[in-house]
Design a protein around this ligand. Structure first.
Ligand code: ADP
Ligand code: MG
Length: 254
């Protein structure tokens, strides 16, 4: 079980522990050093921002934590489990049951409706009745403010609406950890603010851990801490004072 593994690894407090991780990509004949010896720990319940310029390694780092890519060297522990030691099956389980991933490009399935896109992880998981799934999906679509678009296809929605679908899909399984790659990058500032408020609300209510990348200072200001990354290395970590002391943000819609 994860708890035993966590105790063995001494990482019971951390939901994420990245240790001396490097990632090289081979681009033609040149090696691109996307990450160079990155170490970081993330505690349960954090609302952490990874900040850095384009090309600094943010997406690579999130992909390694989200088990959609593997490091060239170093270890990544998620929920106390060393991801390099897990079978494909165990990795799939970890991704499906413990992690929600909001990709920068949304990755919605174009032939499915908004409702079906959000329902999809629940179908993969199994366990909930159709009624329970409908209640969960519709509740989330309302919460992210796109309840009336349930039957639409992603192609019929604006960028902001698609992003809300991606957020709802990442949250629908009630994962312990949500990773979001520049979740507001393609949105106008009001919509981006709504998305961040929604994530923050869930962080406060359910203790869900969020790690999101951004290069928008306004978005960073909502984080409980900021990790700065530059040129594939951690350049520093700052607490954001007052971020946790704010009153809980109102849901986008109730
Ligand atoms: P960020 O998300 O901060 O913009 P990335 O993690 O996407 O940065 O990229 C870090 C570096 O790794 C960049 O130099 C980028 O060009 C390179 N890189 C990322 N993915 C690949 C890939 N699949 N193949 C080759 N190089 C890549
Ligand atoms: Mg990126």
């Amino acid at each position: 079980m994860a708890s035993t593994a966590a105790a063995v690894n001494g990482a019971a407090q951390s939901i994420i522990s990245v240790r001396d991780v490097s990632k090289d990509y081979l681009l033609g004949k040149t090696h691109v050093h996307a990450l160079r010896g990155v170490s970081l720990g993330v505690d349960r319940g954090e609302f952490l921002s990874i900040a850095g310029p384009s090309g600094s390694g943010k997406t690579t780092l999130l992909n390694l934590i989200g088990c959609v890519d593997t490091p060239t060297s170093g270890t990544v522990l998620v929920d106390g489990q060393d991801t390099s030691r897990l079978s494909e099956r165990a990795l799939t389980d970890l991704r499906l049951h413990r992690i929600g991933f909001i990709f920068q490009s949304f990755n919605l399935v174009q032939v499915l409706s908004v409702f079906q896109n959000v329902e999809f992880p629940l179908l993969l998981q199994g366990g909930l009745s159709q009624q329970e799934r409908s209640a969960r999906v519709n509740g989330l679509l309302e919460a992210v403010g796109i309840g009336e678009y349930a039957r639409h296809r992603p192609s019929e929605l604006s960028g902001g609406q698609r992003q809300r679908v991606a957020v709802a899909r990442a949250l629908v399984t009630r994962p312990a950890l949500v990773l979001a790659d520049e979740p507001t990058a393609n949105l106008d500032s009001a919509t981006g603010q709504n998305i961040i408020d929604l994530m923050r609300d869930m962080n406060r209510k359910d203790g869900t851990t969020f790690v999101f990348s951004t290069h928008d200072p306004k978005v960073m200001a909502h984080a409980s801490a900021i990790i700065r990354i530059a040129d594939g290395q951690i350049a520093g970590r700052e607490a954001v004072h007052g971020a946790r002391a704010e009153p809980a943000a109102a849901p986008v819609r109730s």
